[in-house]
Design a protein. Structure first.
Length: 292
């Protein structure tokens, strides 16, 4: 493997990309697959939805594959023109060179994608790390955002480090040491409040085995960075999210956003259950009808 790869082996990479293609088929949508040259590296973008539909960019969660988190927003694929880039430096088909989530790099990357598709302004949706990416755009190029939806968002506030170590890091270390399904199940159950689908569990197992995980989280956004960000914003958080718990997200979001149009809290983990996904998409579609 090359020095810049995020994968531990070629076989591991093939395994991850095999899951990518398998998951993409479950979305039952016709996708264009476009490669865009950017100054940060080649970016693979999934494009679907009616050509005349309003554009929405959807960013994947961190250390994940694009089709997995894109599936959370499947109802939107019918009425909007969806652009879903594989994040640079994360599992998928984009360049494997990692870029900083703490400066203006992701904002410039998004700007180059918008320019390629000749889009001046768009709606943006991001779960987890993807929300942190959108917040970097809000900080440096707020004029590009028509409205945004931030789900279980990174870049606002973190949960308890002790709980993350106890519930995620320790089982992960033990899983890497002995490959025990028991420890994998503990992680999956914590992430999803005991509701993770089998295919998602298989994917995170493969990612834990074969990917050099990105450990640099998006910068926590400061209120001063968003002085010029006026686009309507919907924040959705989970009360059982070990990474970004609802109580901490609520307080921080109310402080940093002057344009918080809606805030929703569900009794869910970092990975929403099918029941919570239905409610979440209902709220998102209401928000888009009102603000986009």
């Amino acid at each position: 493997m090359g020095t810049l790869t995020i994968y531990k082996s070629e076989a591991g990479k093939r395994s991850i990309l095999g899951f990518y293609e398998k998951y993409l088929k479950t979305l039952q949508s016709d996708f264009e697959r476009i490669y865009v040259e950017t100054s940060f590296g080649e970016t693979h973008v999934l494009v679907t939805g009616p050509a005349e539909g309003k554009p929405i960019f959807i960013f994947q969660g961190g250390n994940c594959i694009n089709p997995m988190t894109l599936s959370w927003f499947k109802p939107l694929l019918e009425n909007y023109r969806i652009y879903a880039p594989d994040t640079i430096g994360h599992p998928g088909l984009s360049a494997e060179t990692r870029i900083s989530p703490r400066d203006d790099s992701f904002a410039r990357w998004i700007s180059e994608l918008l320019r390629h598709f000749q889009i001046e302004k768009s709606a943006f949706i991001g779960p987890s790390y993807g929300a942190g990416i959108i917040l970097r755009l809000a900080a440096f190029m707020p004029e590009k955002i028509a409205c945004s939806v931030l789900v279980s968002p990174a870049g606002i506030q973190l949960g308890s480090k002790f709980e993350m170590i106890r519930k995620i890091l320790v089982p992960l270390m033990l899983f890497k040491f002995n490959g025990s399904k028991e420890h994998l199940d503990k992680i999956a159950n914590t992430l999803s409040d005991n509701s993770m689908k089998d295919i998602d569990k298989e994917i995170i197992e493969s990612i834990f085995k074969y990917v050099k995980l990105e450990q640099d989280m998006p910068k926590l956004t400061e209120k001063s960075e968003l002085e010029d960000y006026k686009a309507p914003t919907l924040v959705i958080a989970g009360r059982k999210d070990v990474f970004f718990p609802e109580d901490k997200i609520r307080r921080a979001a109310q402080d940093i956003f002057s344009n918080l149009a809606n805030y929703e809290a569900f009794n869910s983990g970092h990975f929403p259950s099918e029941e919570h996904l239905g409610k979440m998409n209902h709220r998102i579609m209401e928000f888009l009808r009102t603000h986009y």
